[in-house]
Design a protein around this ligand. Structure first.
Ligand code: ASP
Ligand code: MG
Length: 471
């Protein structure tokens, strides 16, 4: 029987009405085996983080714990009959978990916010919400079991941004999930906490903010590797229809992207409107496991985004933007043809844990430009300036800019690029740097920040025909 791993984000867990919709979805997908991955209730992860970061402020800690409690109690009061079995179980769970959380906050106050503590604290959002979902399904007569993901997903030690160790995760999946899903006599909905895993020695890790998407794809990956059935799909339920070609904040009537392949989707997820966790496709692309992004309010809607191995090759899929970027340019006339300059630049930047998103260097090698997030700019510039090597031989310049990314296989055609630059030329928009790696279906264009909206609109208007096929 087919297995579907579905992820319900915080916007699917807001009130009684939302929980009823999960029940409707469970009915629609009655015939398949289901794994439900839940995120924390909206705003809880942020609240947990802020409390941990301001741990010396006892009043703030007390206030936030009370708020976290209230948000969960509000939900269980709506979805369960008062004093029913499932209400009591959920209430006891909330009480237990919050007292555990209080103890951790006390430890953090004493020992400091080590990365390990941060992940431990952040895990509580999903631990609370997923258990409540599990109790809700049971209270409606469905068979369901709660599984904390730290029993199944084993990761490396990179706290806050952990990477799954698939071999170990596969063995856990085999032991814990497969027997539940392959039991022909029961249709148990397996409810797994999103976002969290554990390292080999047992500390809780998290998969990066928005990581519940990733949990869903990691589980799909392991179920595919281990289970008998390769008929596996992932559905991410969101509060939007799917991925849009352009963020409607720039172009109001932007079209829905119905089909795209993993590479295209990775580019769009990286730059786009944070609808998809950028790393989550890594887990499913090798096995070509399809992923659907669907609107939670319209479970039967026939238009949604499907990410799979096939795509409409003849299209531009999307334009996305990084609004707050800084371009740093390192140049030197004397360092031309000297091996190792790029290595030194990126070593300096990476030592400061700053991620570089775009690199441009012409073959004359006189200058190298790269893009980082604006919030990291000061740190990066100081690091380069403090390095004897760079301060002696190089000039370092920087500027706050925006980056436009145009994605789709059609970008490989020179004609498409000509049309894009022609559009920018007509609006007199100055292109500050460009980058497209070999065979890459994404073109990145750096422009002045003030020209971003104009630039996106003119490219969209001029290349309208290329997007049209999307609808
Ligand atoms: N609750 C986590 C976050 O807010 C993970 C998720 O929502 O996917 O980042
Ligand atoms: Mg298999």
């Amino acid at each position: 029987m087919a297995i579907i791993v579905m992820k319900f984000g915080g916007s699917c867990l807001t009130d009684k009405n939302a929980f009823c919709k999960i029940l409707d979805i469970s009915k629609i997908y009655k015939e398949v085996k289901k794994v439900y991955v839940a995120s924390a209730l909206s705003g809880i992860t942020d609240l947990l983080l802020k409390t941990a970061e301001m741990i010396q402020d006892d009043k703030n800690t007390d206030k936030n714990i009370a708020l976290i409690e209230k948000k969960h109690i509000d939900i269980i009061e709506q979805i369960f009959k008062e004093d029913s079995e499932h209400y009591i179980k959920a209430k006891d769970w909330i009480d237990d978990k919050l007292s555990e959380l209080e103890d951790i906050f006390a430890d953090i106050k004493e020992f400091g916010l080590e990365p390990y503590y941060k992940d431990y604290v952040l895990s509580f959002g999903e631990i609370l919400s997923t258990y409540i979902l599990n109790q809700y399904l049971l209270s409606n007569g469905l068979d369901s079991i709660y599984i904390p993901a730290n029993k199944v997903i084993i990761t490396d030690d990179e706290f806050n941004n952990a990477y799954p160790l698939y071999n170990l995760t596969n063995s856990r999946t085999k032991r814990l999930l497969i027997p539940l899903l392959e039991n022909p006599n029961k249709n148990t909905i397996v409810c797994v906490t999103g976002f969290i895993g554990r390292n080999k020695i047992g500390y809780i890790t998290t998969l990066g903010r928005g990581g519940s998407d990733y949990t869903a794809t990691i589980l799909a990956h392991s179920l595919y590797d281990i289970g008998d059935d390769n008929n596996i799909k992932v559905i991410l339920w969101k509060d939007v229809d799917g991925l849009l070609a352009i963020n409607p904040k720039y172009v109001p009537n932007s079209s829905l992207i119905k089909n795209l392949d993993y590479d295209e989707a990775k580019h769009i997820a990286n730059f786009g409107a944070k609808i998809l966790h950028p790393k989550c496709l890594e887990a499913i692309e090798k096995d070509k496991i399809p992923l659907e992004i669907r609107n939670f309010d319209k479970p039967l809607e026939i238009n949604f985004t499907n990410i799979s191995e096939s795509s409409d090759k003849d299209q531009i899929k999307g334009i996305s933007a990084v609004e707050f970027a800084t371009i740093i340019t390192v140049s030197s006339g004397s360092m031309v043809d000297v091996p190792g300059v790029l290595a030194k630049i990126f070593k300096t930047i990476s030592k400061n844990k700053i991620s570089v998103s775009l690199v441009a260097q012409s073959s004359s090698e006189i200058s190298t430009s790269f893009i980082i997030n604006e919030k990291d700019a000061n740190k990066a510039i100081q690091a380069l300036k403090n390095s004897k090597y760079f301060s002696e031989f190089f000039e370092i310049k920087w500027e706050n800019v925006a980056v436009i990314n145009i994605t789709g296989l059609k970008i490989l055609e020179t004609k498409t690029k000509a049309e894009i630059f022609n559009a920018l030329f007509r609006k007199n928009i100055n292109v500050r740097a460009i980058s497209q790696s070999h065979d890459e279906l994404n073109l990145s264009i750096v422009i002045d920040r003030g020209e971003l909206v104009d630039a996106i609109n003119i490219i969209h208007d001029d290349l309208y025909e290329e997007f049209k096929g999307l609808n």
